[in-house]
Write a protein that binds this ligand. Structure first.
Ligand code: PLP
Length: 429
């Protein structure tokens, strides 16, 4: 597809171009395996000498077409879908880090990613070093050493909603000779294009806005093709022969696609965190309307944030980067298209955990679920669910107020969503 098309056109038509007489809709290739005329042809595939599919753990035509659409949306040289966002985050770092190495992560990442990086990857011998935007450049630079392999952040952090300061952190990481990996889940390629700000690799939990209908868990890694692995001299796994693949040197054989090719041919082959063809088909349905939905989510969320800000009698604080006056608003206007900041609004309700639970029980339209970024409005109070084992003191130490509510604004009528909130608040007074 012409990569000059606008993102909305790519959402609808990217990735799949049917030939004469072929199905108009993306076909589901529900096959684990592929036939070849000769043993030699298959051998060439194994040697990575010719393109093609050999086994669905590694690649599949339906999945490939959705990968192409996402790569085009982000402006990358290639993408690899995974079975979940967690798998995408793990593989994105593990592709360039081994036991004994370390990497730098922002302290505001999604809780599941934080646990993966600080606990599970530690057990693999890879150390994550935590930095925050409150630290000085000198303090952050002191976290890097010769074994530091990347810098990892989120465009709009879940759930603090801090907006990543690209112009500060990307040049800093590059000065230290490492690539920047960004989780662009909440912003989506429609609101933010991290590659335009020098980011090298993007990951997504496609489970969120890209799918948008809470149907399929999935993830994706997108490679900008811009990081110079050879020049930096720190990445032998890409620039020296891979013994597990007949001595292939990824940078020599695949040039700008070295990183994403290695992720697939080595790590997807070995770890098998594979997306299913049917999941790719469903994800593609979601992607076809992403550009429309994310705009509506953002418009509705702004109205909800404005309403909540007018209820200081019961609402202690509201966070929404799209809201003028919000501490993240400057960065939202700078990095997010039209200052649109997706559908997630956080607020603290006066009266702590009990009142937050009463409020949530009183909602009729917004549903209580462990999810965000759904077409249907949904809500979660970490103190009574994901973090319920923590005391109020422990919660505050973790930066979460007991009355903190994460409200994921859907694409229903904004007036109905606000009326639902208003009625639920009235029951809590
Ligand atoms: C920002 C972000 N990144 C990654 C993940 C993990 O994705 P998944 O649940 O698809 O494994 C999530 C899940 O909530 C998330 O919100």
């Amino acid at each position: 597809m012409n990569s000059k098309w606008d993102r909305s056109t790519i959402c609808v038509q990217g990735g799949y171009e049917p030939g004469n007489g072929e199905p108009r809709v993306l076909p589901i290739y529900q096959s684990t395996t592929y036939r070849y005329d000769s043993a030699e042809e298959l051998a060439k595939l194994f040697d990575l000498e010719s393109p093609g599919h050999m086994y669905t753990r590694i690649s599949n035509p339906t999945v490939e077409m959705v990968e192409k659409k996402i790569a085009d949306l982000e402006g990358g040289v290639g993408a690899m879908m995974t079975s979940s966002g967690q798998a995408a985050s793990l593989i994105s770092v593990f592709n360039i880090a081994s036991s004994g190495d370390n990497f730098v992560m922002m302290g505001n990442l999604y809780g599941g990613t934080t646990n993966l990086f600080l606990v599970t990857m530690r057990r693999m011998g890879i150390e994550a070093r935590v930095v925050t935007s409150g630290m000085s450049d000198e303090e952050i630079i002191s976290c890097f050493d010769s074994r530091t392999r990347c810098f990892f952040g989120e465009t709009i952090a879940n759930p603090s909603l801090e907006v990543f300061d690209f112009d500060r952190f990307v040049p800093l990481a590059h000065r230290m000779g490492v690539p920047v990996i960004i989780d662009n889940t909440f912003a989506t390629p429609i609101l933010c294009s991290p590659f335009d700000y020098g980011v090298d690799i993007i990951v997504h939990s496609t489970t969120k806005y890209m799918d948008g209908h809470a149907m399929v868990v999935g993830g994706v890694i997108v490679d900008s093709g811009n990081f110079d692995w050879e020049k930096s001299g720190k990445y032998p796994e890409l620039t020296k022969p891979d013994e597990s693949y007949h001595g292939v040197v990824y940078t020599k054989q695949f040039g700008r696609s070295a990183y994403i090719t290695k992720a697939r041919t080595q790590l997807m082959r070995d770890l098998g965190s594979t997306p299913q063809p049917m999941s790719a088909f469903l994800l593609n349905l979601g992607l076809e309307t992403l550009h429309l939905r994310i705009r509506r989510h953002s418009e509705n969320a702004l109205r909800v944030a404005e309403y909540l800000s007018s209820r200081r009698d019961i609402i202690e604080s509201v966070s929404y980067p799209g809201l003028p006056g919000d501490k993240e608003h400057g960065r939202a206007v700078k990095y997010l298209r039209d200052g649109m900041a997706s559908g997630v609004v956080s607020f603290v309700i006066r009266g702590g955990r009990e009142r937050a639970m009463k409020f949530m029980d009183s909602l009729r339209l917004a549903e209580i679920v462990v999810h965000v970024a759904d077409a249907r409005t949904c809500v979660l109070n970490p103190a009574s669910t994901t973090h319920r084992q923590l005391s109020d003191e422990m919660l505050r130490a973790a930066g979460i107020e007991p009355g903190f509510v994460r409200f994921s604004v859907g694409i229903e009528d904004a007036g109905d969503i606000i009326r639902d909130i208003e009625e639920a608040l009235a029951k809590c007074l």
